[in-house]
Design a binder for this molecule. Structure first.
Ligand SMILES: Nc1nc2c(ncn2[C@@H]2O[C@H](COP(=O)(O)OP(=O)(O)O)[C@@H](O)[C@H]2O)c(=O)[nH]1
Ligand SMILES: [Mg+2]
Length: 222
């Protein structure tokens, strides 16, 4: 009987521990600024993620190379802040049966983000359709209202005569003007610009998020 009681208590402990760590993770998410990389499969999300955090998430020319979300802390020197950056799987339509559950977790990260980096393969002639598909998925999961920055990647693979004159501008996405940057995760071009845009965006967002300490709350309810 004592052996049974010990076993049951152990099991309860394990369960409690798991609940605790889930709660801690949720608390941490609330207290940090969360950025999620979204975009069509093969746009270069994992490569940009690696370049920004210098981690080694798997980048490969294949569908669904990464099924689960990878999250790393990213220090933005210009903002004097650490944010959390999440790599996600590609937002491709018509998911193969059985993969939907695996995608659910990664899509959840996107919904809970404070900012979405929408990565686009600018060397692919079908990028407008791919962007539209990503927007549709964002809408389906209720993430269409989250602020976005468009990162037009693979600038090194864009033909010389199609190269944009300026590397930072705005681009219309469903009637909204969204900040856009051209980068090459491969050559590193534009990544410093991306870091400084992230810093200023995070600073501006955090300023409006932090409650004004000069406003006094009533200490007693009438
Ligand atoms: N030419 C070029 N290829 C890139 C660039 N960024 C990523 N790639 C390649 O595009 C493929 C897909 O990259 P990956 O990061 O796995 O894309 P993801 O599916 O969006 O995560 C890989 O073969 C990368 O090496 C880039 O800036 N230029
Ligand atoms: Mg990837």
């Amino acid at each position: 009987m004592i052996g049974d009681a010990i076993k049951r208590t152990r099991e309860r402990l394990v369960k409690l521990k798991r609940q605790r760590s889930t709660q801690r993770r949720q608390r941490e998410r609330r207290d940090t600024f969360n950025i999620s990389l979204v975009g069509y499969t093969n746009a270069g999300k994992s490569t940009i993620f690696n370049a920004l955090v210098k981690a080694r998430a798997y980048a490969a020319d294949q569908l669904f190379a990464t099924l689960d979300t990878t999250t790393r802390q990213l220090y933005l020197g210009a903002a004097g802040r650490t944010v959390s950056l999440s790599d996600t799987v590609g937002f491709i339509r018509d998911l193969p049966h059985g993969l939907v559950d695996a995608f659910q977790a990664t899509l959840q990260e996107a919904v809970e983000a404070d900012l979405l980096l929408h990565i686009v393969d600018s060397s692919n002639f079908e990028f407008p359709e791919q962007m539209a598909q990503v927007q549709r998925v964002l809408q389906e999961i209720g993430a269409e209202g989250i602020p976005q920055i468009l990162v037009f990647n693979k600038l090194d693979a864009v033909d010389f005569d199609r190269r944009p004159a300026v590397l930072e501008d705005c681009y219309e996405v469903e009637g909204r003007m969204v900040p856009r940057l051209f980068v090459s995760a491969r050559s590193g071009e534009g990544l410093d610009g991306l870091r400084s845009t992230l810093s200023s965006t995070v600073l501006a967002a955090v300023e409006t998020m932090t409650p004004d300490p000069t406003i006094e709350l009533p200490s007693e309810l009438p």
